[in-house]
Structures are given as C-alpha cells and as structure tokens.
Design a binder for this molecule. Sequence first.
Ligand SMILES: NC(=O)c1ccc[n+]([C@@H]2O[C@H](COP(=O)([O-])OP(=O)(O)OC[C@H]3O[C@@H](n4cnc5c(N)ncnc54)[C@H](OP(=O)(O)O)[C@@H]3O)[C@@H](O)[C@H]2O)c1
Length: 339
Amino acid sequence: MAAPKKTMRAFQYDKYGGGAEGLKHVEVPVPSPKKGEVLLKLEAASINPIDWKIQKGMVRPFLPRKFPFIPVGDISGEVVELGTGVTNFKTGDKVISISFPTGGGLAEYAVAPASLTVARPPEVSAAEGASLPTAASTALQQLKALRVTSFDGSGGGNNNAPKNVLVTAASGGVGHYAVQLAKLAGLHVTATCGARNLGFVRGLGADEVLDYKTPEGARLQSPSGVKYDAVAHCATGTPWSAFAPVLADSATVADVTPGIAATARSFLQKVTLAKQRLVPMILIPKKEEMEWLADMTRQGKLKTVIDSRYPLSRAREAWAKSIEGHATGKIVVEMGDEE
Ligand SMILES: NC(=O)c1ccc[n+]([C@@H]2O[C@H](COP(=O)([O-])OP(=O)(O)OC[C@H]3O[C@@H](n4cnc5c(N)ncnc54)[C@H](OP(=O)(O)O)[C@@H]3O)[C@@H](O)[C@H]2O)c1
C-alpha cells in the first residue's frame, strides 16, 4: 500500500448553482483524519440526487457547511491512515463509508467517520460498495418504516407487515434496491418505471410493472387490481390524491421525497388519527445496516445495477447524468490509477 500523497486531484464547487460546469478540477491537499476518522484512498464513489440538490442550494443555509466543497458522501476504498481513537480498522482494509454531509468523495482521498465505515467483503466490488450507503440504506429504512422486519421470504416477518407493496421510481438508485428487498421479504410488488425499464424492473423481481407515463401508471393502478398495503415512494411530485384511491384501508406511504404539501398532509393525518398514513422519511445512516447490506451483496442476494461508470477525470459527466434524472440503477465514479 502506497503512502498517501501530499496533494490530490478533486472536483469541488465554490458557490451554489452551476451544475456540472460548477465543478472545478483542482489539486488540493490530502485531508488528515481527525479523531474517530479514517483516511481512504478512494476506489469508487456513487452520486446521489442529494449531492447535486445541495449544490443547487435546496438545503441552504445548512449545507454545504463551507465553500469550496468537494461533494459526494458514498465512497469505497482502502484505509491508508487512522485518526486517533480508531481501533477497529487497520491500514490496508478495504471498506465502504458514508461521509455525508462532509462529502469529499469526488477526489483521490477522503476522510470518513469510522462509526459509518464497514468492511467491504472481497466478493463486493468497490463500485458495488460505493453504491450501497445512501440508496440501499434508504430502501431498507423505507421497508422497515412499512413494518417489514424480516427479509427471509417469510412475508415480512410479522403479522402487521404489508402483503402488497408499490415501489415508485423502481428503476432508480433507491427503487431498484427497494424492489429487491421487498421481494426478499416475500411481498407482492407492483412497481412503476418508464417504458424502457419495464423488463429491467420485472427482472429485479417485481410481480407487476407500470409505465408511469401511461394513464394507468399515472393513476398508480395495479394491473391485477390489488390495493396497496404499503408504498415505498421514490418518485417525486405525486400528489396524495393519486395514492388515496389505490391504497388499502390502513396503508402507509413511506415518502423519501416529501415536499411541503406531503409534510403538511402527514401532519394532518397524524392529528386526525387517519388510518391511511404518509410518512416523510430522511435517511439516518446506520453502520449495522450498511454491514447487513454489504453481506447481502456478498451472498449474491442483493444486486447493484450500475447505470454508468466514469473515471474521476470525467466526474462532471457523471454529475450531469445524475441531474438528468434518468439513471437505471447507480452512477459511479471510479478513481483507478489514471493520470
Ligand atoms: N429522504 C432521503 O433520505 C432520501 C434518500 C435517498 C434518496 N432520496 C430521494 O429519492 C429520490 C430517488 O432517488 P434515486 O437515487 O433513486 O434517484 P435516481 O436514481 O436519479 O432516479 C432516477 C430514476 O427514476 C425514474 N423516475 C423518475 N420519475 C419517475 C416517476 N414519476 N415514476 C417512475 N419512475 C420515475 C427514472 O426513470 P425514467 O428515466 O424512465 O424517467 C429513473 O430511472 C430522489 O429525489 C432523492 O433525492 C431521498
């Protein structure tokens, strides 16, 4: 394992806005791991919509915490230096980390909290590893919010688990994991996606697929007529009026893209003790879930589909591709040894 260099190539932005062109290719000092952190020589990073939403200023003034900012939090690589107090890793370990909201992933090196770093099994590639932290953890937490407690094919692991689940935007980073996890739980899955991905989403295990651009798709109407006990909602801009007619009496919609209307709707449902509920969700990354997801990948039970791979030098193209919103699976940037 080579000793870390003093400087590294990275992409950073120094103000809100600007899209892919706002990312500047720079040579900056390699960061030093602080207490409880590890320094990684990166092998791969995956882009999530939150990365460019932060650049757009959608969570200002909270993020980013400072400019210039090297974006992207989902990373995998090799541990090259330990901050003080880190005892559970050693240099040379291959790992997967989430460094959100600190970012740093569009670079040759990045620091990450040891508390959100897990071993990457040899059977899991760096690209697969970097794809998991945000997208797969979000899908897992969505299903847990929908009362799924087991993923062993037993029907969700408890009597309150849903039987029929709708997954929206099933071809995307989060959705493609949500379909697989729902099937691992043994649930009946209806999924929405664009026409070009109907076969792809069926291949992930979905029992029914709906083209979201058709009238039936827009109505979220199951081809077999089932009403959904639960919805893993990964698309944007779906009003409650589209959900209400297709939900079973006590259905829950776990919404990872809630806007103001959805948040207000959720509050109203709570105070009126409504049976059908919309639950806005924000990912809270958990080390034990990342370990479980890496292990499911190692066992071949959970697949990561990679939409496209870009070397670090072409990170702007990866960024633009994510902003377009038409990925099938995950968009990955690979560091490799290119000069
Ligand atoms: N709350 C949280 O903590 C959290 C965590 C992770 C993600 N998210 C959010 O969840 C959303 C999904 O994330 P992602 O990583 O899965 O995004 P993504 O990979 O960029 O999703 C792209 C996919 O979604 C499909 N799609 C877009 N609109 C659709 C619709 N109305 N119906 C069906 N499919 C549709 C697209 O299909 P076509 O190309 O055919 O249009 C494309 O395949 C994003 O808004 C993200 O910010 C939130």
